[in-house]
Design a protein around this ligand. Structure first.
Ligand code: GDP
Length: 461
């Protein structure tokens, strides 16, 4: 685990040119370090109160011995009323990476440490300003692929995951207290509650937790744009499909088998606003000429890292291409596969094959369905109601495990004559349930899990 008592620094604005760049410091030395490179137009920086800003000049000595003087503005947030609950200083500079990079290097030379990805948010979590579900939502808001996912992430950022699961955690804790007390009171022949009543309450909580998981919107762990690859033998119509689906003229279509050499790609807009990269792995099925090995390698790579494989065959060609299918599976065993039959406008008869979509790049038939299916396979469907919470698989697993343990305790109690008869076992299950809920709030979480979660962040957040 990183230290939290030193001062970290990072460029918090996006790379590239912009109106402003932002370098952020957090930690006990934030004000002192900023004061070393910044001359305010009036007063002393160290005396500036929280939520205050001041114009001035950023002065950095560079290797040549000269000093760079850059006009800037500094914002001060005093502990504990800041994002990290530590002293935070933001230096705003004219946009462009040279000025912000020079400032970053000067601050590191003066004793600040380059922040790791997500380390500002990690400090906010470790210092108790936000819980883990909110910390995760910070990255989700940044990476939201569409409006639905943004809304779902904003709910979580506002603490809704904790509010909903927290109510169940409180109810389970109360039941646990009763169950544990009944162990002590067993000797005295006192009954605090009827086992059936607690069982019923716990069944209710278990259902609620399961419901939250089931109604949630899937949030991807990966932060990159999902990729979908079109794979199939030469001339089955992959390039034409790429053009027709994306509306771009990226691929060269030709009646000559094997015309497309490179892996072409174009952005594909799915219903609901999500954008994925659609790739044409043309060389994958082409093995019959000299260029094949190189294009095969690039195409194999595209197949291997695809999130969904569209296996394209000609609707008129009934022969099942088992060999190519096996090679695709070999290259990427885990990605879901969508079977497309192309050129269906030419096909003499359309067999009703379940799980197969008939498409035509010429007439547009089936293309909207392809986009809908891709949205489903990538969990980018937008059919969830506006109040769906965005959850990651890990959080969903925690909810399900908490619900299972809660139900196990309920079942034990439902069959008991007296709470004390099953109290020890029921208490174990209830503690287990609370432990899993603690994995969502961050009360019970290992360093590995934290490492995985914060790996999704960018530096400076
Ligand atoms: P690729 O090698 O798999 O990329 O195949 P192309 O997209 O280059 O298409 C091969 C040939 O089939 C070209 O002559 C296309 O015009 C034709 N073709 C592709 N899609 C369709 C379609 O949906 N209907 C018809 N009628 N022809 C198509």
């Amino acid at each position: 685990m990183q230290k939290t008592d030193d001062t970290i620094v990072a460029i918090s604005s996006a790379a590239g040119k912009g109106a402003r760049a932002l370098v952020r410091l957090s930690g006990p030395g934030a004000l002192r370090l900023a004061a070393g490179v910044f001359a305010p137009s009036a007063g002393r920086l160290e005396e500036l109160g929280g939520f205050r800003s001041v114009d001035g000049i950023v002065r950095i000595s560079v290797d040549s011995g000269e000093a760079l003087e850059i006009p800037g503005r500094v914002y001060v947030f005093r502990a504990p009323r800041s994002y990290t609950r530590q002293d935070v200083v933001e230096v705003h500079l004219p946009g462009g990476s040279v000025a912000s990079r020079s400032l970053l290097e000067a601050l590191i030379a003066a004793g600040a440490r380059q922040a790791d990805p997500g380390e500002f948010t990690l400090r906010a979590f470790l210092n108790g300003r936000i819980d883990l579900s909110q910390a995760e939502a910070v990255a989700d808001v940044i990476h939201a692929a569409d409006e639905t996912r943004l809304r779902a992430s904003l709910w979580a950022l506002n603490g809704e995951v904790q509010r909903r699961t927290g109510r169940s955690a409180a109810a389970i804790t109360e039941s646990l207290a009763t169950v544990e007390a009944s162990i002590d009171l067993a000797e005295e022949d006192l009954q605090l509650a009827k086992p059936g009543e607690i069982a019923e309450a716990l069944q209710g909580e278990s259902k609620k937790l399961r419901g939250i998981a089931e109604r949630s919107l899937h949030l991807p762990d990966a932060t990159e744009t999902p990729t979908v690859v079109l794979a199939g033998r030469p001339n089955v119509g992959k390039s034409s499909l790429l053009n027709a689906l994306t509306g771009c003229d990226r691929a060269i279509t030709s009646a000559l088998a094997g015309t497309t050499r490179d892996v072409l790609s174009a952005p594909l807009h799915l219903p609901g606003g999500a954008v994925v990269d659609l790739l044409d792995a043309a060389g994958f099925g082409a093995t019959d000429d000299l260029l094949a090995p190189e294009s095969d390698a690039a195409a194999g790579n595209a197949v291997a890292r695809a999130d969904v494989i569209c296996f394209v065959t000609d609707a008129d060609d009934a022969t099942a291409d088992a060999e190519l299918l096996a090679r695709l599976r070999d290259a990427n065993p885990s990605a879901p596969m969508l079977s497309l039959r192309s050129k269906c406008d030419l096909a003499a008869s359309k067999r009703k094959d379940s799980g197969v979509l008939f498409t035509s790049a010429t007439t547009g038939e089936g293309l909207e369905e392809v986009k809908l299916r891709l949205g489903e396979l990538l969990h980018l469907e937008t059919s969830r109601s506006g109040d769906a919470l965005g959850l990651h698989d890990r959080q969903r697993r925690c909810l399900q495990a908490a619900a299972d343990a809660c139900r196990a305790a309920a079942n034990l109690l439902a069959d008991a004559r007296d709470i004390a008869d099953v109290a020890e076992l029921a208490a174990v299950e209830l503690r287990e349930s609370l432990r899993h809920l603690g994995g969502i709030s961050g009360q019970v979480v290992t360093e590995d899990i934290l490492g995985n979660i914060f790996a999704r962040f960018c530096v400076g957040k």
